[in-house]
Design a protein around this ligand. Structure first.
Ligand code: BGC
Length: 445
């Protein structure tokens, strides 16, 4: 290292340190989240919506075939799921759909028509003419019944014209009828976090009827959110991506990102904007551009794909973290693919910054879990299960260990050991089927 380079190196290190999220910032955040839950539940002003879900924990004995639609990110899926004995779930067929940026900004009906046609292809191929359908709509929506969900603000880069205020289950039902699928009947609509929670409970109780159900459902992918079983208040969708008590860990990069995006609006989805896969790469990109100018990392500020918002995503972050070669060869290849040459030192910097951003996300998730669990059980005396799904949890090397570390820091080893995290990979479609079957059984009770 030359004498000239030292201040620049220090600037990069200081920038990474801004993402530290120490316990002194996480503890107040966790407490604030518990308070927001209490307020949201009684309808007082709160950044947590605490939405009703109109479904109770499954018995584990639910059975049958359910058509499922999972729409929650850049992709949607239509499928057919079979629930069998002993908590078993089989995906009999599935088709994925991808959406263009134009789809995301257009009218809702064409998107619902694309989904309905996919349902048509799947059911036709499986010879199913008559079946209940479960719709997982993973955006904020206020359920008024198990089969009616009024869209609230959009998230994750979607901005369909005039969708807010409409019943998304009704829109899908209408699209199914336009597609000639009158006998595929929308039976339940739910959030993905609820599907994750319900699937974990179904599997556990299917194997052992007396098993404890999951207490919390966490999704950590393109977006992030939590659902929790609040006992008498039922299973609630917190919409925790909108939690706004994050001032203590905010960096200037977060503030600028929030200010410059128009959907979600500034001030909305603040927690999600620091934590979820849709944003982590963008935070890194912003840090690199800034340091390129200020810390003599010219490659980062020169014209390249790095000038384009959202050019980096969380898969890039995962790749960077997974590169264990001495020369960071894969980081080199990745940067080159974006038109950015790099020195070994710059690659080490990119890796350190990416790791700091992902680590902060994990620590924020840990704090949010602590805040949620304390609402259920202030002293955390009982055992608790958190069902988790999502590409960031499953794909970022060591993410779970970082969350665990935070739980231990906030709660101490003994309490943290009572919290189990169960990774329920690809839970949405299967969980949707459980929701529809549980809702049907609960209706007939
Ligand atoms: C949505 C939630 C969803 C989460 C995870 C967020 O952007 O608002 O409804 O559960 O993403 O998919």
């Amino acid at each position: 290292m030359t004498a000239m380079a030292a201040p620049d190196e220090a600037l990069v290190a200081r920038t990474a340190a801004r993402f530290a999220a120490p316990v002194s910032a996480l503890e107040p955040l966790a407490r604030d989240l518990t308070r927001h839950m209490a307020r949201g539940l009684v309808g007082e002003p709160s950044s947590l919506k605490m939405l009703q879900t109109f479904v109770r924990q499954p018995s584990g004995r639910e059975q049958g075939r359910v058509v499922v639609v999972d729409w929650g990110g850049t992709k949607a899926r239509a499928g057919l799921v079979e629930l069998g004995a002993g908590g078993s779930v089989r995906i009999l067929a599935e088709e994925a759909l991808t959406f263009s940026d134009a789809d995301k900004r257009g009218a809702p009906e064409p998107v619902f028509d694309l989904i309905a046609r996919a349902v048509g292809r799947v059911t036709h191929a499986q010879g199913v003419a008559l079946a209940p359908l479960a719709f997982v709509y993973s955006y904020p929506a206020r359920l008024e019944r198990i089969d009616r969900a009024v869209a609230m603000a959009s998230t994750k880069g979607w901005r369909l014209k005039g969708l807010v205020g409409q019943d998304v289950a009704g829109l899908l039902g209408a699209a199914l009828r336009r597609a000639g699928l009158e006998r595929i009947v929308l039976a339940a609509v739910a959030n993905d976090t609820v599907a994750t929670l319900m699937l974990q409970s179904y599997r556990a109780r299917g194997r052992d009827a007396g098993a404890r159900p999951a207490d919390v459902g966490l999704v950590l992918g393109t977006g992030t959110n939590l659902a929790a079983d609040l006992g008498p208040a039922g299973i609630r969708n917190l919409e925790s991506g909108n939690f706004d008590g994050v001032g203590g860990v905010e960096t200037p990069y977060d503030a600028a990102l929030d200010r410059e995006l128009d959907e979600p609006a500034p001030g909305a989805q603040l927690f999600e904007k620091m934590v979820s896969g849709h944003y982590l790469g963008e935070i890194l990109r912003r840090a690199l551009r800034d340091l390129g100018a200020r810390a003599a990392r010219d490659h980062w500020s020169a014209p390249s794909a790095l000038a384009t918002p959202f050019a980096l995503d969380s898969e890039h972050l995962s790749r960077i973290a997974a590169d264990h070669t001495g020369g960071l060869d894969d980081v080199d290849a990745l940067l080159r693919s974006l038109g950015v040459p790099s020195t070994a030192e710059e690659r080490r910097d990119v890796r350190a910054l990416g790791a700091a951003i992902a680590r902060r996300a994990a620590r924020l998730v840990g704090a949010a879990l602590v805040g949620t669990l304390r609402f259920l059980d202030a002293e955390l005396v009982g055992r608790r299960t958190i069902a988790v799904d999502g590409s960031l949890w499953g794909g970022y090397p060591g993410f779970e260990a970082l969350v665990r570390e935070t739980l231990v820091e906030l709660l101490g080893g003994e309490r943290a050991a009572r919290i189990e995290t169960a990774y329920v990979k690809d839970s949405t479609s299967a969980g949707a089927a459980v929701i529809a079957a549980a809702a049907a059984a609960q209706r007939s009770e």
